[in-house]
Design a protein around this ligand. Structure first.
Ligand code: NAP
Ligand code: ZN
Length: 351
């Protein structure tokens, strides 16, 4: 076994603290990575706080992982020692169900194995994530990170990136479409960049007027402050598609009113309930749809990295030492991050 050092939550309310645990030795199909950077996703907070139920403690969060390959199993084909690899939200799946066969491992009928707060398929042992110094993972669940990308700014692509890229591709966002992105946070700012790069006109829909200038800089054509009823009325029926990244229960009816006939709003932010519930009228008048989308498959994650290399896309990040993680969480809750915290894992060695 390999001794790993990281930070873990002992229960839903304890601050994260140093934690030592074990990783398996790399098997024939595994790679071993020295973790360089790990992004801080709002899902980390949800799972630490057990917002979705069933959380497993102690929990080492982190699913936006970039590292250097330091060892490879005898059967590994795609990675060699020294390569830069990325690991997102999943480390395994059944590999034989229909979704897995179609590169949609996140929708595995047996349930994908999450990078942390999950259980290994064979042993049932808890999985631990990227707020740590070492990771052992099946090569088929790691992607190649193009060397041209700034690694610390590329780490959040593993979740914030793919979660926004995948629905924009699935709903064929492109030239001639006007796309709204709700919430300029970790996911939302990547949604703006991708929708812009795919050729759509982008309307950033935010509760924070002060973020407007940033939104424009990263590709938004227009900024709509959702707390301004007159501005919302001006955009009624103007959008073809909306990507909603809001992490908490909220009234989605006003957003639905922004859609054109046959428009779709895709929810990626919320796993719990809309509050108040969605009105039937919000769907009926204009034959509108609401849908959801979860991360993206491994092949699509690789495709997204190649798209990012081609278009020079990375994330806007604030790099922190792991020792600041609890303060970073407080700021994330206060909506005070522009636009993703990334942990520099070299800081772990500082103690
Ligand atoms: P984040 O960085 O905290 O950003 C969320 C943004 O939503 C905030 O910056 C804010 O933007 C807006 N917002 C916050 N509270 C709001 C409210 N009450 N009403 C309206 N807008 C509000 O979070 P994130 O890391 O992007 O994650 C967003 C959500 O996506 C989380 O719930 C996370 O668990 C989920 N997630 C889902 C998937 C998936 O596969 N579907 C993957 C990753 C994450 P403004 O200041 O611009 O309003
Ligand atoms: Zn995430």
């Amino acid at each position: 076994m390999i001794k790993a050092h990281g930070y873990a939550a002992a229960n839903p309310t304890a601050p994260l603290a140093p934690f030592t645990f074990e990783r398996r030795d790399p098997g024939p199909h595994d790679i071993q990575m020295e973790i360089l950077y790990c992004g801080v996703c709002h899902s980390d907070l949800h799972q630490i706080h057990d917002d979705w139920g069933g959380s497993i403690y102690p929990m080492v969060p982190g699913h936006e992982i970039i590292g250097r390959v330091v060892a490879v199993g005898t059967h590994v084909k795609t990675f060699k020692v020294g390569d830069i690899a990325g690991v997102g939200c999943m480390v395994d799946s059944c590999q034989h169900c229909d979704p897995c066969q179609h590169g949609l491992e996140q929708y595995c009928e047996e349930g994908a194995t999450w990078t942390y707060n999950g259980r290994e398929r064979d042993t049932g042992a808890p999985t631990h994530g990227g707020y740590s110094d070492v990771l052992v993972v099946k090569e088929s669940f790691a992607v190649k990170v193009p060397p041209s990308l700034d690694l610390k700014a590329a780490a959040p692509l593993l979740c914030a990136g793919i979660t926004t890229y995948s629905p924009l591709k699935h709903w064929q966002v492109g030239p001639g479409m006007t796309v709204g992105v709700v919430g300029l946070g970790g996911l939302g700012h990547m949604g703006v960049k991708f929708a812009h790069a795919m050729g759509a006109r982008v309307v950033m829909i935010t509760t924070s007027a002060a973020k407007g200038a940033d939104a424009t800089k990263i590709g938004a054509d227009e900024v709509l402050v959702s707390t301004d009823p007159e501005a919302m009325a001006r955009y009624k029926g103007k959008l073809d598609f909306i990507l909603n990244t809001v992490p908490v229960g909220h009234d989605a009816n006003p957003y639905m009113s922004l859609l054109k006939l046959d428009g779709t709003m895709v929810v990626v932010g919320l796993l719990t309930g809309l509050e108040p519930p969605l009105n039937g009228a919000s769907l009926i008048f204009g034959r509108k749809s609401i849908a959801g989308s979860g991360i993206g498959g491994i092949a699509e994650t690789q495709e997204m990295f190649d798209f990012c290399a081609e278009h020079g896309i990375t994330c806007e990040v604030e790099v922190i030492p792991i020792q600041s993680i609890n303060q970073a969480y407080e700021r994330l809750v206060r909506n005070d991050v522009r636009y993703r915290f990334v942990i520099d894992m070299a800081s772990l060695k500082a103690g």
